[in-house]
Design a protein around this ligand. Structure first.
Ligand SMILES: Cc1cc2nc3c(=O)[nH]c(=O)nc-3n(C[C@H](O)[C@H](O)[C@H](O)COP(=O)(O)O)c2cc1C
Length: 210
């Protein structure tokens, strides 16, 4: 059965977002919201959509997990450097992140520039992962076309026989934000949107129409 999608809608009414309740620093503000999302038992509160752009200008989006955050280094995630996203980022370091926390009726949009984290940081995170995840990262040529599930399982069996070591093409990236928008759902689609953008070394705040 194909359900009618046209009348699926939800009114947002939990909270308002006022300029005077926000931190001057959007990374600190993001941290407050992330902590609230974690405490609200929102499923996958650290999951974010990462959008990249190919050398031909074709956008591509997928989920990744936020693994670290600070003001100096930005938003961190880990992946395969030779994946589609890795190839996009080699050519174009501009990228966007999006968080949606439906239990809190909140969205955050982030734009910035991505660089690789140090090999020491990538090693430390790789070594902290469960053994199965480490083996998976070693065995899977992420984003390549493969023949079958059996072929992947064969590589997994081979990887299990070797030493557990971070592959050179697997590691972290960090996105340094230049723009962060906080969105709080409000009644009748009159949502609150506050965007910060970096002006030199200072964050400027502005309100956007919903
Ligand atoms: C909730 C969720 C979290 C994910 N986290 C990661 C991640 O942290 N790193 C990663 O490489 N892929 C992660 N994935 C898989 C990616 O969405 C994607 O399939 C994979 O990275 C290949 O993307 P690409 O071919 O565009 O490079 C996650 C998927 C989901 C649904």
């Amino acid at each position: 059965m194909n359900r009618d999608l046209s009348n699926i809608r939800k009114d947002f009414a939990q909270q308002a977002l006022n300029e005077n309740q926000l931190s001057n620093n959007p990374v600190h503000q993001f941290r407050f919201w992330l902590d609230e999302a974690i405490e609200s038992n929102q499923p996958e509160p650290t999951a974010m959509t990462l959008s990249t752009v190919s050398p031909l200008g074709i956008p591509s989006a997928r989920m990744v997990l936020l693994k670290n955050l600070d003001e100096r280094t930005g938003f961190w995630f880990y992946t395969n450097y030779d994946s589609q996203k890795g190839n996009d980022l080699k050519h174009n370091p501009h990228a966007a992140l999006n968080f949606f926390w439906p239990l809190l009726e909140r969205q955050v949009r982030i734009t910035g520039t991505v660089t690789k984290v140090s090999t020491l940081d990538s090693d430390a995170y790789f070594d902290s992962r469960p053994m199965e995840s480490r083996i998976g990262a070693m065995a899977s040529p992420q984003s390549q076309v493969i023949e079958s599930r059996e072929q992947l399982e064969g590589w997994l069996t081979e990887a299990k026989k070797g030493t557990l070591k971070r592959p050179d093409n697997w590691g972290g990236y960090s996105l340094m934000p230049t723009e962060i928008e906080f969105w709080q759902g409000r009644s009748n689609r009159l949502h609150d949107r506050i965007r910060y953008h970096l002006n030199g070394s200072e964050w400027k705040q502005e309100r956007l129409a919903p």
